[in-house]
Write a protein that binds this ligand. Structure first.
Ligand code: SAM
Ligand code: DTB
Ligand code: SF4
Length: 328
């Protein structure tokens, strides 16, 4: 069987059969697909900034930024433009090719969107690709972001439709899909994936990937986050997911969405180099780079530079990371 076709007709049984393969067979299939579509030694780097932190009205049970959980994350205001631009400049100079701005909103108000649009324009003018994640959008808001030159909109479906109600009650799965439809219709690139390690079943992981791959067009970017357990959130203390199951999820995503960037996202801080290497072998070719995600830590840049050097990986679109960190 070959995995070359771009398909939008996956069945749950077919996806479960991929998950059930012996580990080496699954990784071989994923690596084969990966090499047909990408340089296996290049990884795209995105840097994140939380432009509006905490105080969120939603009840996402994984999230330290929900106002209702006591997590020690203080609610802040939307950051001033200059602060965002100076952080973006640093990210570019450290080797990132895309800059992602996240806001802890259920959905943005039009006056907030005006300010975010200024940020997008400024970051783009530095030669970086831009991504924002602002919650649910109306169709006109997605169009305004596109007109401002935004490259990607991140909006994760997070888990399967079946498990969604266990994780979030303040919105519906269909609300997520509706926003993703507006983003696609506006002509923006779609970044959508989810979180594993939330107590979901393998079938839920398969069902989440089915929803993503059976969209009329695959998301260009598919972040696979390992739950970062934050004290105070309802999911703190959830049984940890087997590392090989995380790698399997990446491999199945790679096989199902051969031309998409699959991002090894949250959770790297607690992964050793060997596990991250397995994720790249399974077809992950993008990651978050920089010492912080939104509110939680990410590996230090010089640790990532060393990892890339050990594996012979270089960042997509920029020169060798090791050279940038040679002096450290
Ligand atoms: N408020 C907007 C929304 O929910 O779409 C944008 C920001 S929200 C923090 C972006 C994404 O971060 C979520 O969809 C979720 O996938 C991810 N996320 C949040 N908390 C996380 C955690 N503790 N571990 C892993 N991923 C997390
Ligand atoms: C995504 O899929 N993961 C990022 C980004 N898109 C916005 C966010 C991870 C957040 C992890 C928890 C935190 O740092 O607050
Ligand atoms: Fe709010 Fe987004 Fe966190 Fe949910 S994931 S609580 S919507 S910031």
């Amino acid at each position: 069987m070959t995995d070359t076709a771009i398909r939008h007709d996956w069945t749950l049984d077919q996806i479960k059969a991929l998950f059930d393969l012996p580990f080496s067979d699954l990784i071989f299939r994923a690596q084969t697909v990966h090499r047909q579509n990408f340089d296996p030694n290049k990884v795209q780097l995105s840097t994140l900034l939380s432009i509006k932190t905490g105080g969120c009205a939603e009840d996402c049970s994984y999230c330290p930024q929900a106002a209702r959980y006591n997590t020690g994350v203080d609610a802040g205001k939307l950051l001033p433009l200059e602060e965002v631009l100076s952080d973006a400049r640093q990210a570019r100079d450290a080797g990132a090719s895309r800059y992602c701005m996240g806001a802890a909103w259920r959905s943005p108000k039009d006056k907030d969107l005006d300010k975010v649009i200024e940020m997008v324009r400024g970051v783009r003018a530095m030669g970086l690709e831009t991504c924002v994640t602002l919650g649910m959008l109306k169709a006109e808001q997605a169009k305004r972001l596109k007109d401002a030159g935004l490259d990607y909109y991140n909006h994760n479906i997070d888990t399967s439709e079946e498990f969604y109600g266990e994780i979030i009650t303040t919105r519906e799965y269909d609300d997520r899909l509706e926003t993703l439809g507006h983003v696609r219709d506006a002509g923006l690139n779609v970044c959508s994936g989810g979180i594993v390690g939330m107590g979901e079943s393998r079938e839920d992981r398969a069902s989440m990937l089915l929803t993503l791959a059976n969209m009329p067009k695959h998301p260009e970017s598919v972040p696979i986050n390992m739950l970062v357990q934050v004290e105070g959130t309802p999911l703190f203390g959830t049984e940890k997911l087997d590392h090989f199951e995380f790698v399997r999820t990446i491999a199945v995503a790679r096989i199902m969405m051969p031309e998409s960037f699959v991002r090894l996202s949250a959770g790297r801080e607690t992964m050793d180099d060997a596990l991250q290497a397995l994720c790249f072998l399974a077809g992950a070719n993008s990651m978050f780079y920089g010492e912080k995600l939104l509110t939680t830590p990410n590996p230090e840049s010089n640790r990532d530079a060393r990892l890339f050097q050990r594996l012979g990986i270089s960042p997509l679109g920029t020169e060798d990371l090791a050279a940038r960190h040679a002096a450290e």
